[in-house]
Design a protein around this ligand. Structure first.
Ligand SMILES: N[C@@H](CCC[C@H](N)C(=O)O)C(=O)O
Length: 282
């Protein structure tokens, strides 16, 4: 048996997207890892499925799995690709605002042009229990032990867990060690996406993210939302910020508590394909 797929990316964070609107998603973790293999499979940071909605107020549901086969609750670059894919499939008009359902709840999407999408990602959640992150209560920053080193981090959920670490040098060699170490830090019971952020000015950030389940990626959409939200909650950035990631830039807008956060950026098609090794993985 074979599996038809679309290969897409959002500023270099790459995806295999499956059309599961008529047949249910049926891959197990071993098959996801085989499909994710960049030498013997197709290769992706995340696998996305587009499925019928479970929530009647939403038009579709999308599932998210990391390259290591683990599920996630949210994917910022992925949801823009889902929106562009729905538009190309004729299921979403340009400019139409539609709610779609992620594993962590509904978001609202709008396709601005066939390759640019804006998304209401909901309100950032700072309660440590939402990540989950082991801490006594909500704080602007937390000190955690990373291999004997005391690190100051922010923690926020965008539907998935994020640690945000302000740094003065995004290319410091210590980050290569700290990213993988933080992603599996024991205070984050379900792992965490570790974002290292350098503030250029109040409207401009630079960011690198070591993603839970995928490693260093060229971009992380929820990571950009998380970095902006943490610095905005501290009063260090304005309500509209450009976040530069290794693969490109995202626009993040958040007025503050009680308001939704908007993420705007590109979504690109690479190719359509058919994976022929579906049965060979078992
Ligand atoms: N690349 C994504 C986030 C994907 C999921 C993440 N690795 C997790 O496990 O939560 C994005 O663009 O947000």
């Amino acid at each position: 048996m074979s599996l038809a797929f679309s290969k897409m990316h959002g500023i270099g964070n790459d995806f295999v997207l499956l059309d599961c609107r008529r047949q249910p998603f049926a891959l197990d973790a071993a098959q996801i890892r085989a499909l994710a293999d960049r030498h013997t499979g197709v290769g992706f940071d995340q696998l996305l499925s587009v499925e019928p909605a479970r929530d009647p107020t939403c038009a579709f549901y999308y599932g998210i799995w990391n390259a290591d086969g683990t599920p996630s609750g949210q994917c910022g670059n992925g949801v823009r690709c889902v929106a562009a894919w729905l538009h190309r499939a004729g299921a979403l008009a340009l400019g139409e605002e539609v709610r779609i359902e992620s594993p962590s709840g509904a978001v609202t999407i709008r396709v601005l042009d066939p390759h640019r999408v804006t998304v209401d990602m909901g309100e950032p959640q700072f309660d440590p229990a939402r990540l989950p992150f082991q801490a006594d209560g909500v704080a602007a920053d937390y000190v955690i032990d990373a291999d004997g080193e005391a690190l100051r981090i922010g923690a926020v959920s965008m539907g998935n867990p994020h640690a945000v670490i302000p740094v003065s040098d995004l290319h410091a060699s210590a980050l290569e060690r700290l990213g993988p170490l933080l992603s599996v830090h024991p205070r984050f019971a379900e792992g965490v996406n570790a974002g290292f952020v350098q503030a250029v000015d109040r409207g401009h950030l630079r960011l690198r993210v070591h993603e839970r389940g995928a490693g260093w990626t060229l971009a992380c959409g929820t990571g950009a939302c998380a970095a902006m939200a943490v610095l905005r909650a501290r009063g260090e950035v304005d309500a509209s910020v450009t976040v530069d990631l290794p693969g490109g830039a995202l626009q993040i807008d958040w007025a503050g508590p009680g308001q939704p956060l908007w993420m705007t950026g590109p979504a690109a098609f690479a190719f359509e394909g058919e994976w022929l090794a579906l049965d060979a993985t078992h």
